[in-house]
Design a protein. Sequence first.
Length: 412
Amino acid sequence: MTDSSEIKILLVDDREDNLVSIQVILERDGYTFRKANSGQAALKILLTEIDFTLILMDVHMPNLNGFETAALIYERDKLKNIPIIFITANNNDNNAFKGYQTGAVDYIYKPINGDLLRAKVGVFVDLYRKNNQLRIQERKLLMINNELEDRVRTRTEELSKKNKELEANNKELSKVNNDLDNFIYTASHDLKAPISNIEGLITALFLEIDDDNPEFEKIRQMTTASIQKFKNTLNDLTEISKVQKENSDDVQIVHLNTLIEEIRLDIKSIIDKAKAQINLNLEVEEFKFSSKNMRSILYNLISNAVKYSSPERIPTVNVSTKVVSGYTILTVADNGLGINPAYKNKLFGMFKRLHDHVEGSGIGLYIVKRIIENNGGKIEVESELNVGTTFKVYFKNVKQSKANKTVVNNEA
């Protein structure tokens, strides 16, 4: 038998010899006992002590019998869970029925069989221990649950506070970005007139100076190139600010075949020079999108694919579209120079260029990314050095037209 120091049994009988004999039978199991020689005495004990595992009570007692005592005990809510085993010499079904009605859980008949008494008491003791363990676990779980609720509450309050701070910071950042875009747009616009005046004055100055000195001609060329570079930078800054400010008022059905053919003509010289091949495989032929923005996306991706071709093979550019999981994907893949993995994260940065042998400002892919993200899409790139590069542009909100052509509805 396990440690029984926590097991406390109340023995109730008007005869002292019966109390002693029951205690002798059970004390080998290590239980603690309290004895009462009447129903009144038992009730008095239970006024101050309610931690009993079990009550063993004689039925036939003077003044207040066992049934009456049990009824009074169970009137108190704090005592209702203490099981009562009646002890009686009267082996009568009616008597037993009355006992069970009162709330008894079992009977022991006199003369008492010691082994049977120990066995029955042992059952209720084991049940008590298990219930007690369950109560302990319940209290622990309640404590853990309360602790978790406190943590969740605290964490929720912290997250709410941080979200408010983040929202405020985002608003401030949005304001700063808007102010910066306005400044860039205004500055680039306002500087165009002065630089044009400077260019005109320098051109007039060079015309007045008739000097065949080679050094002078070199200076003239350097000055002209610097002014042109400055003008190009102003134009680039204007384009960048326009991408953020414009609201895509020209949203319409864009026909990709037509648009790509126009781009072919625009870059015909570099296509012919590189002897490049442009192949189309368009499952989606029409997009509902800003015509100007779609042209900017295609122009930058296709022209870059041709410009950064490898001299070791005939340049091939594959342009395709398909619908996948709620997106329409525009893919532009080439077999060109490829991109060093170390520079991949810099690819979409402003004024970032990974190859210097080809002229460019380094803002094309930055503008493409801004356009796509402003319209709720995304762009991905896969590249292998000296093998080629693949750009994938994801457009949201795909709809099917009645003419069995897929139309991408992606209004800004």
